[in-house]
Design a protein around this ligand. Structure first.
Ligand code: F6R
Length: 365
């Protein structure tokens, strides 16, 4: 089953052009520049009444929800909040009948997430789930939802489920946006960008040898910082989580500009920083932040837009991703970071598909 891949994690990273295609399949409504979902079980009228969106999830799914918050805000102009499922459940967080409540889970069996779903149901609110595993407990108990169709994810570190979650969240936000203020043209632009993703991911996967080289630069470190702003902040968090989980190298994700409020104290020649810095809003400020790290002799890797020579000159190594729509760029930016974690772990001889202390689905609280 592994074919030419040594580990499930690497196989699943390489499946992403197809899994993204599968997440999109049958869900685009070109004529209306919108999206459609079979199992949401909500009418357009009900969706137009929504005033707020709340997501609850854990781990990588929680990171996907953070991007979902951006998508909902940017496309649908609705306030969105992201909760750790384990916290939501015990917090008596306010929900009302104009709130759309989602849980996100790859496995559909995570106890904390299931607990959040049951708590919302107990309080009488309809629940929606974005789930990969068909027929899982969360999928069965939710009132409606969307499947990722990413196929079984076997590697303990979640990869392909994450990118599929991002695609589904973008589609949901598009749908909610088109029921409100989002223009036809903007909708069409996003759809075109989503349709380009499989080929673009293919191009990112082709830089794997460069990522391997970057992994050699990281492998001696004991700690690393991952920095990104706006939509790339959740990508920084996810990159850091992947590295921690499978290579046991300590990593922290921060919003880029937050670095100077504390974490910059960690910078030294043995502590690499990984900037998620594709071109786009605030790029000049990010370049300034990179210079601050350089001035303190910190090694710097960056995920950047192909052809960004200014960035490439400033860092030890740049991992290039194709130019893309601002909302799909983060989906591309996470792929080199998945590969980076994989190759650091491989160089360290770690058990990549079965990292210590972790289980594929966490069915205890
Ligand atoms: C990350 C990882 C975990 C899971 C988390 C939630 O690689 O595997 O952080 O993302 O336990 O799992 P699901 O999405 O199955 O609810």
């Amino acid at each position: 089953e592994l074919g030419r891949f040594e580990h499930y994690m690497r196989k699943e990273i390489h499946e992403q052009p197809n899994t993204v295609r599968d997440a999109l399949r049958g869900r685009l409504r070109l004529a209306e520049a919108s999206a459609q979902f079979g199992g949401l079980n909500l009418t357009a009228r009900q969706l137009r009444r929504v005033r707020r969106v709340v997501f609850a999830a854990c781990g990588t799914s929680w990171h996907a929800a953070l991007l979902g918050e951006h998508y909902i805000e940017k496309l649908a102009h609705l306030p969105a909040e992201v909760e750790y499922a384990s916290e939501f459940r015990y917090r008596n967080a306010p929900l009302d009948d104009q709130t759309l409540f989602f849980v996100l889970s790859q496995s559909g069996e995570t106890a904390d997430t299931l607990g959040a779903l049951r708590e919302a149901r107990r309080r009488g609110f309809p629940t929606l789930a974005i789930v990969n595993t068909v027929g899982s407990t969360i999928a069965r108990e939710a009132d409606g939802g969307v499947y990722l169709h990413a196929g079984p994810e076997i590697g303990v570190a979640s990869t392909k489920a994450f990118t599929s979650q991002l695609v589904v969240l973008a589609l949901l936000a598009l749908h909610l946006g088109r029921l409100r203020h989002l223009s036809y043209d903007e909708g069409r632009r996003l759809i075109a960008a989503l349709e380009e993703l499989p080929d673009q991911i293919e191009r990112v996967l082709a830089i794997e040898p460069q990522v391997e080289e970057a992994a050699h630069r990281m492998v001696q470190a004991t700690s690393a910082l991952y920095l990104g702003r706006d939509l790339n902040f959740p990508i920084a968090l996810e990159g850091a989580l992947k590295l921690k989980e499978i290579s046991y190298l300590h990593a922290e994700g921060y919003p880029t500009a937050e670095m100077k409020h504390g974490p910059i104290a960690l910078i030294d020649p043995a502590t690499p920083s990984v900037f998620v810095a594709p071109r786009g809003g605030l790029h000049a400020k990010t370049l300034g932040n990179i210079e601050e790290v350089r001035a303190r002799k910190g090694p710097v890797l960056a995920v950047g837009t192909q052809g960004d020579d200014q960035l490439a000159r400033l860092v030890d190594q740049m991992l290039p991703i194709p130019e893309a729509h601002p909302l799909t760029q983060p989906i591309l930016a996470c792929v080199p970071l998945q590969l980076l974690a994989y190759h650091v772990a491989r160089l360290k001889g770690c058990d990549i598909d079965k990292p210590r202390n972790l289980a594929k689905s966490v069915t205890v609280e």
